[in-house]
Ligand binder design. Structure first.
Ligand SMILES: C[S@@+](CC[C@H](N)C(=O)[O-])C[C@H]1O[C@@H](n2cnc3c(N)ncnc32)[C@H](O)[C@@H]1O
Length: 333
């Protein structure tokens, strides 16, 4: 695992990690630049940012499954921090020749630029004013709860000029709801590519669905569970490393996926002999019952945590009686 040695954290490192987390959780991180030293950036990059990278891995895997790939050639990483978002994207799609990094903290964007130049010498890295063209893939990662309204408005204006957007946030109710608002505001300009299976108004916005939120769970690499430093990090900071909830939104100018598919939200809730699946489709967001006796293989997949994200259901009285996973060649575009 990159950046990890079998040395555990010093008290000073733990203090920095705890302070950062308190700011993120308290929603006070937007108030001022918190990148106070190179140690802050290094520590963040090898812990919180790495964990964010697992969410990006899940998002990029889902785009593969949907048969979607970007058409653009430049990325803009807005609020880049140490740069995990654009590095995951550059590693995934070699088509990108330029990366524009933007952060209100010059220390952060410098850190990100140095690391990216080292790892992707073929990519032209710039720290100019953030700019977009239809050739730009805009990346936003874990910034939304640091932005006052006016800043978010400004970012959405910028987004309208981009060719494509991939936006990943924490899996909290509040951040998912903010991202749903972004979707609704940008729906006149872009097609929602994922997690959505349709371009209609978000089904989470009905009164009935107010308690729910559009979130998903990434799988951390199994190696971290044998890694003493990750174990120490989880214990000392109080993070359950098995659970990596996230929300995300991918927008493009390409057509929507073929009709008839549903996206599973969160994790199915299992009971004796059946599970409740919160499912999103063009008709709305609804709970469907998945009975072991109707679809034993699917029920087994619920238990093993190996369900696919996207299915075409056959329903009878609100029960799933057959399911066809999206195959990447059924997909898009
Ligand atoms: C939680 S960090 C996330 C960093 C990185 N995107 C990631 O996913 O690891 C949020 C970043 O947004 C930056 N930020 C906060 N408000 C900003 C603003 N108004 N304009 C630009 N960057 C901002 C912070 O400096 C910080 O680097």
């Amino acid at each position: 695992m990159k950046g990890f040695h079998l040395v555990q954290f010093t008290n000073d490192e733990l203090r920095i990690l705890r302070e950062l987390r308190e700011r993120f959780l308290a929603g006070t991180a937007g108030a001022a630049d918190y990148w106070q030293s190179p140690d802050h950036l290094e520590l963040y990059d090898s812990t919180y940012a790495e964990r964010i990278g697992w969410k990006w891995d899940a998002v990029l895997d889902e785009l593969d499954l949907r048969g979607w790939h970007p058409r653009t050639t430049r990325v803009l990483d807005w609020g880049c921090g140490t740069g995990v978002a654009h590095r995951r994207v550059l590693a995934k799609w070699p088509r990108f020749t330029a990366a524009n990094l933007h952060d209100r903290s010059h220390h952060a964007s410098m850190f990100a630029a140095q690391k990216t130049r080292r790892e992707f010498p073929q990519v032209a890295v710039t720290l100019d004013r953030p700019a977009v063209t239809p050739e730009t893939l805009l990346l936003v990662s874990h910034v939304i709860n640091e932005l006052p309204e006016a800043e978010l408005d400004h970012l959405l204006e910028l987004a309208r000029g981009a060719g494509e957007v991939i936006w990943v946030e924490a899996g909290t109710h509040a951040d998912s709801r903010r991202l749903i608002d972004v979707r609704e505001r940008l729906r006149d300009t872009f097609t929602p590519i994922a997690p959505c299976t349709h371009s209609a108004r978000c089904g989470m916005l009905t009164v009935k669905n107010a308690p729910h939120w559009c979130h998903h769970f990434a799988r951390p690499p199994s190696a971290i569970f044998q890694d003493a430093r990750w174990a120490d990090f989880g214990k000392e900071i109080g993070i359950d490393l098995r659970s990596v909830p996230y929300s995300f939104l991918v927008l493009a100018r390409t057509p929507q996926m073929p009709p008839g598919y549903s996206r599973i939200i969160g994790e199915p809730r299992e009971a004796k002999g059946f599970a409740r699946v919160l499912s999103c489709q063009v008709e709305g967001v609804a709970d469907y019952i998945l009975q072991k006796r109707d679809v034993p293989e699917l029920f087994r997949a619920v238990r093993k945590g190996t369900l696919e994200p996207v299915y075409r259901w056959t329903l009878a009285d609100g029960k799933i009686v057959a399911a066809e996973p999206l195959a990447s060649d059924a997909g898009m575009l």
